[in-house]
Design a protein around this ligand. Structure first.
Ligand code: ATP
Ligand code: MG
Length: 568
């Protein structure tokens, strides 16, 4: 590509609302332009990168045996009614009407559509197992679109769906997809981990996320320092403490704690450690409110809580009036002692082994000290309710947990018959009997990968791409202030030679001064830079610098070409 005929549009500054490095750099490099909240144009430079990611994803999906198709973005309501998700998917689903008042949504995912396709195309066990995939635009009306294409509303996803008659067959394809994902992220040059995950709203049993490790990641990952255990913090089990609850030693006593509401304030005021306090949250239950208790230094894991049968699928704090009605106090002074008998008290494993603890007094500005389970407060049930933290024992019994942040770039699920049953998908088995197949589904955030790679690879000068994702592998910069034809010719000939060798090269023939030219090439992250100048020509060399190198080197033509592998 000749940059004089390309559309490059770089900027020194990024808009103030771009919070993280990848967002700032994608804007400064001119890779994306915002159209509306969470909706972006991929400018030509960004699109080159996106297409490279897409190509690797496509190649590995095909290598793993998946078959490509393309399904519509606009999807009729009726299909979403069949699966029961028209209402259940919630406000994230963008709905619209056509001129005939027919209702549609813009697809946030395609389980409904693939099931509909499958039932009209496939009727026999002989056609199974089968995996279809597409690389296609999705729309999710995210509550907080942010970080550019990292959490967008419109984004590019690779989604794949597999159909099976047996769990063994699903397990095999799941493993094949796990392998394909590992190859994709390895080939892309990303530092990643596959972690056990919550299967969330899509449902099913087994699920893994592929997380690119980066401090700005929205997800927290727990992994063992002594084994290959790794799980999203949402899922990671907090083991029960290896101890029995001591007998009560203190009497229950109500104490004044004026304006002390948080655990930090209360524990500092009463001079006890947060570990000796119980934090109580009242949440909305299936019937009335439910009290959830965790140790003062622990945090409630809302995903675990939402799975409690008493909560019915979501964990939402009870509104103030309900809290007042149930406890007589405001949040900040509530506790398990003396709660009405119809309020279930569900206690985390670590809080359940405390004796003589501090908790809210169920009267504003008071707490109890010397509180004890059973003697003073009911336990309806002990459960794993808290988020794990660094230093906790690993759930597999090997080593302790560390916590890192990650960006979810891929997610694979086994769905069982969740969609095929509700959507009446059947095939005939080898005895002629009608059977409901089971499915797996496998997503990759193709556009998010671009941002995630920048989070992992950047410095103060700009983007540092892994080579397979770079918009070009090498930039040939022409420095020719006096328009010496020999300089241009040398650059042109090097450009032609690299292209003939299959190297994706850019010729910077924009006629810029070296300063601005080099800052552009560094900002957009081209891995290799070659400078062709009068001075170099006279010495018979090219000035070469790798994007991560501290210094440039003078190389002759053969040495330079050798950097890009042997001629084909
Ligand atoms: P998240 O937890 O980040 O909201 P998700 O679990 O809802 O994602 P999936 O339904 O598993 O996402 O979608 C598959 C992949 O699509 C995700 O792993 C992620 O890489 C990507 N993705 C999901 N939502 C977005 C978004 N709003 N913007 C960009 N990529 C997204
Ligand atoms: Mg996910």
């Amino acid at each position: 590509m000749r940059l004089s005929r390309f559309h490059l549009s770089t900027a020194r500054e990024a808009p103030a609302d771009a919070e993280i490095a990848s967002h700032r750099l994608m804007l400064r490099a001119g890779m994306i332009r915002k159209l509306a909240a969470g909706i972006y144009t991929w400018a030509p430079l960004g699109l080159r990168v996106l297409r490279k990611v897409e190509a690797i994803v496509r190649e590995e999906m095909q290598r793993a045996g998946a078959i490509e198709l393309s399904m519509p973005c606009v999807q009729p309501r009726e299909l979403w009614e069949e699966s029961g998700r028209w209402e259940k998917y919630g406000p994230t689903l963008l709905k619209m009407r056509d001129r005939r008042e027919q209702e549609y949504c813009f697809g946030p995912t395609h389980e409904e559509i693939i099931c509909d396709f499958f039932r009209s195309e496939i009727s026999s066990y002989k056609q199974l197992p089968v995996t279809f995939f597409q690389i296609q635009t999705k729309f999710r009306d995210e509550i907080r679109p942010r970080f550019g294409v990292m959490r967008a509303r419109e984004f590019l996803m690779k989604d794949a769906y597999s159909f099976h008659l047996t769990q063994d067959s699903l397990g095999e394809t799941y493993q094949a997809m796990y392998g394909a994902y590992s190859r994709i992220f390895t080939r892309l040059g990303l530092g990643f981990r596959a972690v056990a995950a919550d299967s969330g709203a899509i449902g099913g049993d087994v699920s893994h996320e592929f997380q690119v490790l980066a401090d700005s990641g929205e997800d927290a990952i727990a992994f063992s320092n002594a084994s290959d255990y790794a799980a999203n913090v949402e899922l990671a089990e907090a083991l029960a403490p290896d101890m029995v609850r001591p007998e009560p030693a203190q009497a229950l006593q109500r104490v004044d704690t004026p304006s002390r509401k948080t655990i930090e304030e209360v524990s500092a005021f009463l001079k006890v450690s947060p570990q000796q306090c119980v934090k109580t949250l009242l949440v909305r239950g299936v019937e009335g409110v439910v009290a959830l208790c965790v140790r003062g230094d622990h945090e409630l894991n809302e995903v675990k809580a939402s799975k409690l049968p008493e909560l019915g699928g979501e964990s939402v704090l009870a509104p103030e009036e309900q809290v007042l009605a149930a406890t007589g106090a405001h949040a900040g002074s509530i506790g398990p002692v003396g709660l009405p008998g119809d309020v279930p008290v569900i206690v985390d494993r670590a809080a359940a082994v405390l004796a003589d603890f501090v908790c809210g007094g169920n009267r504003d500005d008071t707490h109890y000290t010397g509180a004890n389970w059973q003697r003073d407060a009911r336990i309806t049930r002990v459960a794993d309710l808290r988020k794990v933290k660094a230093g906790d024992p690993s759930p597999d019994g090997k080593g302790t947990l560390e916590i890192a942040r990650g960006i979810e770039v891929g997610h694979i699920f086994q769905n069982g018959d969740k969609y095929t049953r509700s959507m009446n998908v059947t095939v005939l088995d080898d005895t002629g009997k009608s059977r409901t197949p089971i499915t797996g589904c496998y997503g990759i955030g193709v556009s998010r990968i671009v941002a995630a790679a920048i989070e992992q690879g950047h410095d103060e000068r700009g983007i540092v791409w892994p080579e397979p994702m770079a918009p070009w592998r090498v930039a040939i910069c022409i420095i020719n202030p006096r328009n010496d034809p020999a300089v241009s010719q040398a650059a042109e000939s090097l450009y032609a030679e690299l292209r003939a060798r299959g190297v994706d090269a850019a010729l910077d023939d924009r006629g810029l001064r070296p300063g601005p030219m080099f800052s552009d090439i560094e900002l957009i992250g081209i891995p290799h830079r070659v400078v062709v100048s009068e001075r170099g020509l006279a010495a018979g060399t090219f000035e070469y610098r790798g994007r991560r190198d501290a210094e440039s080197r003078q190389l002759d033509r053969q040495e330079l070409l050798a950097l890009f592998g042997p001629a084909e």
